[in-house]
Design a protein around this ligand. Structure first.
Ligand code: PLP
Length: 394
């Protein structure tokens, strides 16, 4: 009998990967599957970024780098932050990570233990809760409401803080809802946090580049008063269509940066060198591919919302960010997960049931528009047929 620690009996996963596997299996068996469950851009990494990685390999960048990343990349991150938000950050507090996810892994490991509480958005990225449970800390969901455009409420978040709270996780623009929290609400949260000076904040801003309707991304970096307890999570995966490269960055408080460095030394040594050179090219090179991708998402966003709202029993709020919609399906009579499953099995359209993102996700499904407009139209036509068929009434 092998005795692993109890945390591994509590650790969860992302059902999106299971749906992807089932969708691929159906496709392999000859079914015409359209994947609207996907959480990654359907675009290629821009060519100049790919070339930079190839050049780095040809130039002999084959060895270890410093654990928290090469200086030129950390400087490029700091410059990019300054350009975008007018905020100065030190490259010495930037950690280059093997993906955005590893920042949440590190932060939750650093703050979670039995007896403490960690607040996280629900519905939200499933790994937050999974990792909180792994550490033995108590997961405290911050309910995310459709009525607030799927942004978080500062008042509700502040009301959940107790003397046992160690870390608050926030995410805007958000997965799975596409919700964006208005700046005024973030102002309120930050003001309220003055009462809780020992609570750390992890702001997951991996979708920062994807906001619509002229909305500017409101970053937690704009609040110097919390900089000494802010962990800012960002990365290249979504912005530059680089999910498979495994490249992210985070900014850490001075007081704990060395802990991240040591975790990297113990865990992954460094992010692979050519990928880091690709990261420099991404940040310092032309941004037209990013703008084109976001413009394409914006066009599809309007199409998907219009088509979803035309489906019987379905209503979809207009998402202000990321590339997800989170339609309310409660009036179809179906529970969300059985509906998502039936849609995949019966119509070949993959979506994710809201409860895979937390208990407050019941009544919703996640529909990603990281797929072509043609596929979105075809998929939602099939969903319409399915929902209109009296045999499928619930
Ligand atoms: N944070 C959120 C909210 C996400 O949706 C994702 C990926 O889906 C990540 C972080 C992880 O990004 P990465 O692929 O860079 O690890």
């Amino acid at each position: 009998m092998l005795h692993t620690i109890a945390g591994f009996d509590r650790i969860g996963e992302e059902n999106a990967f299971a749906v992807l596997a089932r969708a691929n299996a159906l496709a392999a068996s000859g079914r015409d599957v359209i994947n609207l469950g996907i959480g990654q851009p359907d675009f290629r990494t821009p060519e100049h970024i790919v070339e930079a990685a190839i050049k780095a390999l040809r130039d002999g960048h084959h060895g270890y780098t410093p654990a928290t990343g090469i200086l030129a990349l950390r400087e490029a991150v700091a410059e990019d932050v300054h350009k975008k938000y007018g905020v100065t950050i030190s490259p010495d507090l930037v950690a280059i990570m093997p993906g955005g996810k590893v920042t949440m892994f590190a932060a939750i490991l650093m703050f979670g233990e039995p007896g403490v509480e960690i607040l996280y958005p629900d519905p939200g990225f499933p790994i937050y809760r999974s990792m909180i449970e792994f550490t033995g800390a108590k997961p405290v969901p911050i309910p995310i409401h459709e009525a607030y455009g799927f942004g978080f409420s500062a008042e509700e978040t502040l009301s959940l803080i107790t003397p046992r709270t160690r870390l608050i996780i926030v995410n805007s623009p958000a997965n799975p809802t596409g919700g964006v929290t208005p700046k005024a609400e973030i102002d309120k949260l930050v003001a309220g946090l003055a009462e809780w000076p020992d609570v750390a904040i992890m702001s997951d801003e991996i979708y920062a580049a994807m906001t619509y309707d002229g909305l500017e991304h409101a970053s937690f970096l704009s609040y110097p008063e919390i900089r000494d307890r802010l962990i800012l999570l960002d990365g290249w995966s979504k912005t530059y269509a680089m999910t498979g490269w495994r490249l992210g960055w985070s900014l850490w408080p001075d007081a704990i940066f060395d802990k991240v460095r040591k975790l990297a030394v113990n865990g992954w040594s460094c992010v692979n060198a050519p990928t880091q050179y690709a990261g420099i090219a991404a940040l310092t090179g032309p941004q037209d591919a990013v703008r084109a991708m976001v413009a394409a998402f914006d066009t599809r966003r309007k199409v998907v919302v219009e088509l979803l709202n035309a489906l019987p029993g379905v209503s979809a709020a207009v998402p202000k960010g990321a590339f997800y919609t989170f339609p309310n399906v409660s009036k179809t009579g179906w529970k969300a997960k059985p509906l998502a499953s039936a849609l995949l099995e019966e119509t070949g359209v993959a979506t994710i049931g809201g409860p895979d993102f937390g208990i407050y996700g019941e009544g919703y499904i996640r529909v990603s528009y990281a797929n072509s407009e043609e596929n979105i139209r075809k998929a939602l036509a099939r969903v319409g047929e399915f929902l209109s068929d009296p045999a499928n009434a619930r």
